[in-house]
Design a protein around this ligand. Sequence first.
Ligand code: GTP
Ligand code: MG
Length: 152
Amino acid sequence: SERSFVMIKPDGVSRQIVGKIISRFEERGYKLVAVKSVTPSKELAKEHYVDLAQRPFYPGLVDYITSGTPVVALVWEGKDVIRQGRRMVGATNPLQSDPGSIRGTYAVSVGRNIIHASDSFESATKEIGLWFNDKEMSSYQPTAWPWIFSDN
Ligand code: GTP
Ligand code: MG
């Protein structure tokens, strides 16, 4: 099954909702493959969002991610976790985020929207490689998995 990179941004850490956000993915049935607290360098934040380098908000976005407050970097695994993770996170601008989504629960500003999730298989692969090395990734079978994932 596939893997997605999720990052709880500095506002999520500072607001002390890390556990609540992790719980949403655990409760859905996804497997936590990797987790760490990181205070990102400018270089790491710029590379993570390099596709947005030409956008007017890019410098502010890099400053936000490198505020000095840590982020929590996560890798989740399970059926459709890339697309499902994006749905759980909600629309980029909290004004459009479904009220049941993570952003729709905790955020009101696009520039303080709590969480990142990979938007495609290609970006998940790139982001997991950027934030983690292979030794940080665990391999185990959650006991509930046979009751969460079926073949159809
Ligand atoms: P990520 O999961 O963080 O990648 O967000 P996204 O995929 O929903 O949106 P996108 O990749 O287009 O933008 C990345 C991040 O840049 C957003 O999550 C916001 O934090 C920020 N951002 C995007 N658009 C704007 C904007 O118009 N203004 C500001 N201030 N920030 C923005
Ligand atoms: Mg994005």
